[in-house]
Design a protein around this ligand. Structure first.
Ligand code: 9D3
Length: 266
C-alpha cells in the first residue's frame, strides 16, 4: 500500500484527474491511499489568503509559506510523516522514469502544488525533500504535474495495472521507444500489416520489433540511446540500421517510419 497526500488550492481538479483509470482502480483495490487537501483549510486569516505580493516588487503573486507549512504539519499529524515532500515547480529536476521507479519504493509521498508565480522560497528550505518539474513547457500550476507523478509511480505498484506483463515490458524495453503495433484487419485503407507479423515466426517477430524500436529511437530520440540498456544484439541491429541509412538521402522517410499517406487539406 502506497500513501499519497496532495496539497492544492484546486482539490476538485486533482480528485477529478484521479477518479478514473489505473489510479482509481488502485484506490478501490486498497493498493493506494490518496488524500487531497485544500490549502485554504490551512489558512489562519479571515480571507483565507494563500498568496501575497512579492517582496522586492514585480508582477504576480507568491504563495504564502504558513498555509503550506501548516498543511504539511496536518498531514504528519493525521497521516504520518511522509518519506518525501515533493514540490512541483518549473525549477525542479526533470521527472523521469528512473525517478518514478525510485519513488515507487517509498511508502508515503506528499505533493505540494504551486500556483501563481511560485512559492515562498522558505517552503523549499523547510519542508521540501524534492523538487520536480515534468518538462520544459509553461503550465498554470502544479496540479497536472502532481497527477502525472502519481500516475507514473502508481502503475509501478504491483497489482495496480491489471496486466503485470505490460509493466514488465516497459522496463524490459530498456529505455527505447516502442515498436509499431497492428491489429486486425490485415489490410486497412490499402495499408497492409507487415508480413513478418503474420508469419508466426516468433524469433523473426521479436527481431523485427526490436529493430523498428531501435530505428525509431535513433531517428526521433537519439538522446535516449545514451542511457538505454542495449545488449550485443541491439548494437548489431543499430549498426545494420545506420549502414542501411548511410547511402540513403534524407527525405523524411526510413524503415522505422514509412512516409505518411495522409491526404492533407490545404
Ligand atoms: C509565467 C510565470 N513564469 C515566469 C518566468 C514562472 C512560472 C511560475 C509558475 C511558470 C509556471 C508556473 C506554474 N507551473 C508549475 O507550477 C509547474 C510546472 C510547469 O509549469 N511545467 C512543468 N512542470 C511543472 S511542475 C509545476
Amino acid at each position: 500500500m502506497i500513501k499519497f497526500d496532495v496539497v492544492t488550492i484546486f482539490p476538485r481538479m486533482v480528485i477529478a484527474g484521479l477518479a478514473e483509470g489505473v489510479v482509481s482502480r488502485g484506490i478501490v483495490r486498497g493498493l493506494i491511499d490518496l488524500a487531497v487537501h485544500d490549502l485554504r483549510d490551512h489558512t489562519a486569516d479571515r480571507h483565507r489568503s494563500v498568496d501575497d505580493v512579492p517582496y522586492g516588487g514585480g508582477p504576480g503573486m507568491v504563495m504564502k509559506p504558513e498555509p503550506l507549512a501548516r498543511a504539511v504539519e496536518n498531514i504528519c499529524a493525521k497521516r504520518g510523516t511522509p518519506d518525501a515532500v515533493v514540490l512541483l515547480t518549473p525549477q525542479g529536476r526533470p521527472f523521469r522514469q528512473a525517478e518514478a521507479e525510485r519513488m515507487s519504493g517509498l511508502s508515503h509521498i506528499a505533493l505540494l502544488c504551486g500556483r501563481y508565480e511560485g512559492m515562498d522560497e522558505r517552503v523549499r528550505e523547510l519542508v521540501a525533500t524534492d523538487e520536480l518539474s515534468i518538462g520544459d513547457y509553461v503550465l498554470s500550476g502544479g496540479e497536472l504535474p502532481a497527477l502525472v507523478v502519481i500516475d507514473a509511480i502508481s502503475r509501478l505498484i504491483p497489482g495496480v495495472v491489471g496486466d503485470e506483463q505490460s509493466v514488465e515490458q516497459d522496463s524490459f524495453a530498456g529505455g527505447v521507444l516502442d515498436y509499431p503495433h497492428y491489429t486486425r484487419p490485415a489490410e486497412f485503407a490499402g495499408l497492409k500489416v507487415p508480413e513478418v507479423l503474420l508469419s508466426g515466426h516468433h524469433a523473426d517477430v521479436r527481431r523485427w520489433r526490436r529493430k523498428t524500436a531501435l530505428a525509431r529511437t535513433l531517428e526521433r530520440r537519439p538522446d535516449l540511446l545514451d542511457d538505454a540498456a542495449l545488449d550485443d544484439e541491439d548494437r548489431a541491429l543499430l549498426k545494420e540500421i545506420r549502414e542501411s541509412r548511410a547511402g540513403t538521402a534524407e527525405s523524411g522517410s526510413s524503415e522505422a517510419d514509412p512516409p505518411s499517406r495522409k491526404r492533407r487539406v490545404r
